[in-house]
Design a protein around this ligand. Structure first.
Ligand SMILES: Cc1cc2nc3c(=O)[nH]c(=O)nc-3n(C[C@H](O)[C@H](O)[C@H](O)COP(=O)(O)OP(=O)(O)OC[C@H]3O[C@@H](n4cnc5c(N)ncnc54)[C@H](O)[C@@H]3O)c2cc1C
Length: 474
């Protein structure tokens, strides 16, 4: 413990791993301290229901992981990462048994959208053609954009509330519900400014890259990152919860893959009252109630589009999704929740015994809410797939407090490291051009509580490590 290292990372989520890799690649001596017995944070997998059924314990679908500008530069395939591409990235079922698919092909997708065909095609075509220029600005902290005209055009639509955006651009109720399905990933009420940005980015990456996931489990993203990191001489200490910075070896820089609430509890930091107050005022977003199932057969969706999609968004009308996203106070339960579901085993048989299947789903609930949403989630699926419940061999559920007990970064069940509304999207955890720095010159925040926020992409860790490197080692 007395050895002097260049940099230490606390927490081995995708962002902690990205930060440590960046610094190790620069030739520094680094180590990671992780409180859990496995690396990966909210990107892990394991048996939750029955032997031989592999479930993703946190994240499940990884367009941002595959498209991450940093992860793309790493030789992760040499360390066991293989992407699986569902035939259809995502789909949305309706009460009449039909479904709309987000095919990777924009034209094929647009052709399902009636009077919105042309608008959708033009919108997504522009987005995918310009994605290479836009992504650098979208995935960065607040700064002057590298491509101001393109960012201006994107921002004019992206900063709108989803409700306004959809009313402005789409005429068909089904197109609006289809767009809401991706936008509601934000966990924001759909009337909030900037909620449209999530829909645009998630539709855009579906058409640009697809919505892939790792063969064998999400854990293979984290394990391949950790294996690559170790191959360069990086050290990972597991089962090592850190409560005091003085427990760690001396280092020039300490990067914390934690959210503000946890960072405030770390002893030995030198923050000052003003900064502490700002971190105390940091807002957390909605929580999730999660279910995993072991199934005897694939989910019997009425719609062919849903049977062939990796991800399904449930919400049988725009009103229903709006109501579900609006919920706030604890204990307030929507009987028809917006649900996200992933069905990996249709495309990756390695995750279940031969012929058997799994499914993963969650719905948003108020932060810290403990309601058992099982009957409501299963009822939503049953409407699009009659007979679903008869296929359940076993289920495993997690409330918000169980999520947080599993990974302390999931404060109140918030999976994005903090509310991602307009006040915190680019200015997390505090409004600053260098949000990764803290007043303690040694201490950096590198978790999803910094820009660009939640998701398995590692860009928060990459940005924080780049800053720490330029401050201390360049
Ligand atoms: C249910 C769920 C579903 C999701 N679905 C998706 C999805 O489909 N696609 C997607 O891209 N993203 C998804 N996400 C979000 C994504 O997983 C997170 O945004 C991402 O993992 C954040 O990475 P991170 O490194 O910032 O934090 P985390 O992954 O949370 O890692 C933080 C790490 O720090 C460790 N730690 C905490 N405190 C300490 C301490 N005191 N000492 C040492 N170590 C500590 C934790 O154990 C953990 O390993 C989902 C998350 C959840 C929970």
């Amino acid at each position: 413990m007395s050895k002097h290292l260049d940099a230490i990372v606390v927490g081995s989520g995708p962002n902690g791993l990205a930060a440590a890799i960046y610094l190790q690649q620069k030739g520094l001596s680094t180590a990671i301290y992780e409180q859990a017995s496995e690396v990966g944070g909210a990107c892990r997998s394991g048996e939750l229901t029955l032997p031989g059924y592999i479930h993703d314990l946190g994240s499940a679908i990884h367009p941002l992981g595959m498209a991450s500008p940093f992860f793309k530069t790493l030789p992760l395939d040499e360390y066991g990462l293989e992407w699986v591409y569902p035939d259809i990235p995502f789909a949305h079922p309706f009460a009449d048994g039909s479904g709309i698919a987000a095919y990777q092909d924009i034209d094929q997708t647009a052709r399902q959208l009636g009077r919105d065909q042309h608008t959708y095609f033009e919108m997504m075509n522009w987005l995918t053609e310009n994605w290479a220029d836009l992504e650098g600005d979208i995935l960065s902290p607040m700064k002057l954009p590298n491509h101001p005209i393109k960012m201006g055009r994107f921002g004019m639509s992206a900063l709108l509330p989803v409700t306004t955006f959809s009313n402005l651009f789409f005429k068909e109720e089904k197109t609006r519900a289809f767009f809401y399905g991706a936008a509601a990933h934000s966990t924001l009420p759909l009337t909030k400014l900037a909620s449209a940005s999530f829909g645009l980015v998630l539709h855009g990456v579906a058409h640009k890259y697809g919505w892939p996931f790792p063969r064998g489990g999400a854990k293979n993203i984290a394990e391949s990152l950790a294996a690559y990191y170790r191959s360069m001489g990086g050290i990972v200490f597991r089962d090592s919860p850190i409560q005091d910075i003085n427990e760690l070896p001396r280092a020039e820089a300490y990067l914390f893959d934690l959210t503000p609430k946890q960072l405030l509890n770390i002893k030995g930091t030198n923050f000052g009252e003003g900064y502490r107050k700002r971190l105390e005022n940091y807002k957390y977003g909605k929580g999730v109630f999660k279910i995993d199932w072991a199934l005897s057969e694939p989910i019997p969706f009425l719609s062919e589009e849903c049977r062939k999609a990796g991800t399904i968004h449930f919400g049988y009308s725009t009103k229903e999704i709006e109501n579900s996203a609006r919920r706030s106070g604890k204990g307030y339960v929507t009987p028809d929740p917006y649900v996200l579901l992933a069905q990996h085993t249709i495309f990756d048989s390695s995750r279940a015994p031969k012929g058997k299947h799994t499914a993963w789903a969650y719905c948003h609930v108020p932060n810290g809410d403990e309601t058992d949403m099982t009957p409501f989630i299963e009822a939503q699926i049953e409407k699009a797939a009659p007979g679903f419940k008869d296929l359940i061999l076993a289920r495993h559920t997690q409330t918000t407090s169980q999520m947080e007990a599993w990974n302390p970064n999931l404060v109140g069940g918030d999976i994005n490291g903090g509310l991602q509304d307009i006040s915190q999207l680019f200015t997390r955890p505090v409004a600053s051009f260098t949000p990764y720095n803290t007043p303690d010159k040694r201490v950096y925040i590198c978790s999803s509580s910094t820009p660009p926020g939640g998701g398995v992409h590692g860009m928060c860790g990459y940005n924080a490590a780049e800053k720490a490197y330029s401050d201390h080692f360049k």
